[in-house]
Design a protein around this ligand. Structure first.
Ligand SMILES: [Fe+2]
Ligand SMILES: [Fe+2]
Length: 217
């Protein structure tokens, strides 16, 4: 077995352990009306996050010289653009103006930081966004899909059929990049540190997200 395979499995386990019980954006115990408004808040902020993901991938593509990895990014960019449009359309269907929402500053700062990371080595960038970030998004979407199933079945189906399969593919791009590039102790150290940075920043954004959602802003 390649040294990187065992490392990637271990790092995925570490990330999963970090996230156990830490994504507080939705409260499964909340009364249905509260949960419905938390789901709606996720969608509003989701429109912004998908759009910034497009921008982020576009900014990174010129800075990924490894052709095997770079070749996978244009499709990811297209996926994120499609997710942006799908979520905007769904918000309109439920009677909201998707462009009226003012994104959370903490999410803005997170994406600004990620865009500015473009000059970091590929192993770090892909560990940050695709390997750590997108893998956690998949977990978050699984929860959202489950909790929205009865409250807002159409939205739940949209995420399940049109968004989640793509997000799993994006997380797999991260795995592929690490399998290819995290093959020395130094590269592995960089990948692990990148995951740690990303997890902590995303956790801060999640906490800000929930506290603002609770205030109904
Ligand atoms: Fe997406
Ligand atoms: Fe994605």
């Amino acid at each position: 077995m390649r040294a990187s395979e065992e490392f990637v499995r271990e790092l995925a386990r570490e990330n999963k352990t970090f996230w156990a019980g830490r994504d507080g954006r939705l409260d499964p115990q909340a009364p249905p009306e509260t949960l419905r408004s938390q789901i709606r808040y996720r969608m509003r902020q989701g429109v912004y996050n998908e759009l910034r993901s497009v921008e982020l991938i576009a900014a990174w593509i010129p800075w990924v010289p490894e052709r095997e990895i770079r070749d996978l990014l244009p499709r990811q960019l297209e996926d994120e653009q499609r997710h942006y449009q799908l979520l905007r359309r769904r918000l309109r269907e439920v009677g909201e103006d998707p462009d009226a929402y003012e994104p959370l500053p903490e999410w803005q700062a997170l994406f600004d930081w990620l865009v500015a990371c473009r000059q970091r080595p590929t192993v770090e960038k892909l560990a940050l966004f695709q390997f750590a970030g997108e893998a956690q998004s998949c977990e978050g979407f699984e929860t959202l899909i489950r909790l929205a199933r009865d409250l807002d079945p159409e939205t739940s189906e949209l995420y399940r059929t049109q968004i989640l399969p793509d997000e799993y593919r994006h997380a797999a791009i991260g795995r592929q990049a690490l399998l290819l590039l995290a093959d020395t102790p130094e590269q592995q150290r960089r990948a692990r540190e990148a995951c740690r940075e990303m997890n902590l920043k995303v956790f801060d954004a999640y906490q800000a997200h929930r506290s603002r959602a609770d205030r109904g802003l």
